[in-house]
Design a protein around this ligand. Structure first.
Ligand code: GLN
Length: 304
């Protein structure tokens, strides 16, 4: 497969398209990002790695971090994690409150905000120093000791995080949050503020394309069965109420964030990260989805 040629061809086409998306200005600091950024990076399990455009620039990974927090929590507590969060697509926006009451405070899945907040609560209960331990996990999986949170972005989100405050308090009232909501939210905003480049993201997600083992040194981060489950959740819930559309168009498990990043994984083959900050109405990168749709069409390969 000539990935280089395909990446360049798709990049050229996507660059020429007009982006109909909008920046995630509800987090004030994300409104200051250059909307025209466009980067992509591909990393394969055979150690091929190639990026173009703004692939070496940091982006706010936002909800993509929910995959790392889920992996860490799953590794620590095992199958009992599914008593606290379900594994069903929600069919609702990422920050929706509507299903929680009927579901008794058990979020539909770990990728909607409600579910990610419960995962944060689990980690706070289990970890001595949650922020440092979480960062150490992401640095380990990325082979990159330099990764950092962005306090400015975390503070910016905290200043307007009313819906997340509501979600966390509501879940607490229904008995599915153990710690203080302020602590849980502080951790949640912090992990969403993690900054990574497309290159770092593609490399960090490669273990999910490699049966749970890091490609660099073979270290097992998750078992094969756990990896299958994380990928299954990304496939069914990674794009909120657009997860069906992403499966339909792209055909790979993946996860988006309101910073405009998307990472997708092709098991046994590659992981690919795309960044374009303008979002479609469902909160997923407009050009990011377009890029990945064209990429899997051109490569004629997907999990389907
Ligand atoms: N921090 C963001 C929020 O809670 C994450 C949402 C996202 O990336 N979809 O609103």
């Amino acid at each position: 497969m000539n990935y280089k040629e395909i990446l360049e061809k798709v990049m050229q086409r996507v660059r020429a398209e007009e982006s109909l998306g909008k920046l995630a200005t509800y987090i004030p600091e994300l409104g200051n990002v250059n909307p025209d950024k466009l980067g992509v990076h591909l990393a394969t399990v055979n150690n091929f790695d190639l990026g173009i455009g703004d692939n070496q620039e940091k982006l706010s990974i936002q909800s993509i971090a929910k995959v790392f927090s889920l992996c860490l929590a799953y590794k620590m507590v095992g199958e009992s994690i599914w008593k606290r969060v379900d594994v069903e697509p929600s069919g609702n926006p990422f920050n929706s409150l509507v299903q929680l009451e009927a579901d008794n405070g058990i979020p539909r899945n770990p990728f909607i905000n409600a579910g990610a907040i419960v995962i944060c609560d689990i980690l706070i209960s289990k970890l001595e120093t949650p922020k440092a331990d979480f960062l150490a996990f992401v640095r380990d999986v990325s082979d990159n000791p330099k990764l950092e949170f962005c306090q400015k972005i975390a503070d910016s989100e905290k200043s307007i995080g009313y819906r997340n405050v509501a979600l966390c308090n509501f879940i607490k009232s229904l008995g599915n949050i153990e710690n203080k909501p302020e602590e849980v939210l502080d951790f949640y905003f912090c992990l969403c503020s993690l900054e990574m480049t497309c290159q770092e993201l593609a490399k960090a997600f490669l273990f999910l394309a490699n049966g749970g083992k890091k490609v660099s040194d073979g270290k097992e981060m998750l078992t094969k069965s756990e990896t299958k489950r994380i990928n299954a959740l990304m496939q069914t819930c990674g794009f909120y109420d657009e997860s069906g559309e992403f499966a339909f168009e792209v055909g790979l498990p993946g996860k988006s964030g309101v910073g405009g990043g998307i990472v997708a994984v092709y098991p046994n083959n590659y992981s690919i990260a795309v960044w374009s900050p303008k979002l479609n109405p469902k909160g997923n990168s407009y050009k990011g989805m377009m890029f990945l749709e064209m990429f899997t069409t051109e490569t004629e390969a997907s999990i389907f």
